[in-house]
Unconditional design. Sequence first.
Length: 259
Amino acid sequence: MKSQLLLMKLGGSVITHKDKPLSPNFKVIKDLSHTLASIQMPLVLVHGGGSFGHYWSVKYKMHSKPDCYDLHGISIVHQSMIALNEIIVDSLIKEGTNPYAVTPSTFTNGLRPIISKIEELRTIAKGGILPITFGDVVHVSRQNYSILSGDSIMTILAKVLVPSKTIFTVNVDGLYKDMKNAEIIREIDNATYKSIEFSKILTDVTGGMRRKIKEAFKIASSGMDVLLVNGLKPERILNAIDGIDIDCTVIRGIKTRSR
Ligand code: IP8
């Protein structure tokens, strides 16, 4: 059953200047924090790596595939995500929310969810705390580590929490049909999804959209609608929560027949 809970990801391209290493977008972080402070519903937040985690992951050749990566790289990538998280948490506190940062390794075992720890995030969110986690490098097994993206974390959390609303904020208005006319796809169903040429999309929109859509579809396959909303226009987030029609892309929840 869906619970009164909002699950939201702050995209790395929204909260950082993605083309400038290690540069947070302080203005956007402040505006988003201000907006999030006005949300009445219990909220669980995830954020991406942007020019922090991705910058170092590339330098140390780390990917979302478990492997024996450079040990120094593991520390540097993790620490860069802690640093970005701290900036966001500080901003959220200044704007009057009560964030509580949790690394993904507190609710995952390797890449698998720890259901009881995820349920705990719901409990603390309902009590007025704002749990916030982030894409990170995680230990998988033996000496193998992996990058666990915030998008995958969204799926892990959504499958357990079954939120009433799931929002991915991005730095564009949604998924573009055609960049020339900046026309967005307002709604994607299974048939549209299959017809999308992802290679085209990859060249058309900021990186990571392909995986985002893939994760959004995994979430939608459990019957939940997923929204891609422009995080650079925070008022849209509030409208989306209120069910007001906004420019965004909706990935429709696929209702499976109950047995
Ligand atoms: O930006 C990536 O998270 P994402 C996190 O959500 C790291 O893909 C460490 C690169």
